[in-house]
Design a protein around this ligand. Structure first.
Ligand code: G3P
Length: 231
């Protein structure tokens, strides 16, 4: 499973990327607006941090002509950019054209399996079902994800499923068990994936015990380097 960070915050992206397990970043107009910087400049800075990873940047127009104009421009900014377009009729029309031009499109705001089926037919590179926002309205985001995975598998669609709006580690694990190609998550959820109170408690215990025993055992690392300073 690929991990994307769902943030436009450069510090969070730097921290996540430093762990070596981040494959890309998703942004949206809300996340970009929070950073209060010019769109292109900010996206290019993200591309620079993520290096080989994919960076998703979203159009803001809602009519086909302007979606096409924005998407074509965004796609020229950097080779690692995937253009996000909402799953509205004008967006699907634009997708059908852009996919034939070889522009990679992430179809966003997907809340139903028929939407996912249509955009796979139109050549979406990624589809982003929003799990958490469905849960918010007492619907079931994971059921939607299951349906999309089944449909894409049944027909062998190459569109990759990007599980989005993930709110907690259980979402990530359920999406991984279903074989979602990518999970995009806020930095907080990414941190929660590897934080565990028993790990912290266990480590604290190991360190305390080691400190107590040091007088008799010595420091193995200091001893090794003292014997062979070149090592
Ligand atoms: O970036 C799209 C999506 O992941 C948004 O998530 O938490 O705003 O529902 P959220």
């Amino acid at each position: 499973m690929k991990f994307f960070l769902d943030t436009a915050n450069l510090e969070e992206i730097r921290q996540g990327v430093s762990l070596g397990v981040i494959d890309g970043v998703t942004t949206n107009p809300t996340l970009i607006a929070k950073e209060k910087r010019p769109f292109r400049e900010h996206i290019l800075e993200i591309c620079n941090i993520v290096r080989d990873g994919v960076v998703n940047a979203e159009v803001v127009s809602t009519d086909t002509e302007n979606i096409l104009r924005e998407a074509r421009e965004i796609a020229t900014w950097h080779p690692n950019i995937v253009v996000k377009i909402p799953v509205i009729p004008d967006g699907v029309r634009a997708l059908s054209i852009l996919s034939k031009e070889g522009i990679r499109v992430n179809i966003t705001l997907c809340f139903s399996s028929p939407q996912a089926l249509i955009v796979a037919k139109a050549g979406a590179y990624f589809v982003s079902p929003f799990l958490g926002r469905l849960d918010d309205i007492s619907s079931d985001g994971l059921t939607l994800l299951r349906e999309i995975m089944d449909i894409y598998k049944a027909y062998g669609y190459p569109t990759q499923v990007l599980a989005a709006s993930l709110r907690h580690p259980l979402h990530v694990i359920a999406a991984a068990r279903m074989g979602a190609h990518i999970g995009t998550m806020p930095f907080k959820v990414f941190e929660q994936l590897f934080k565990h109170p028993l790990t912290d408690r266990g480590l604290e215990g190991f360190q305390k015990d080691w400190e107590k025993a040091r007088e008799t055992l010595g420091d193995i690392f200091e001893t090794a380097s003292a014997r062979n300073p070149k090592r």
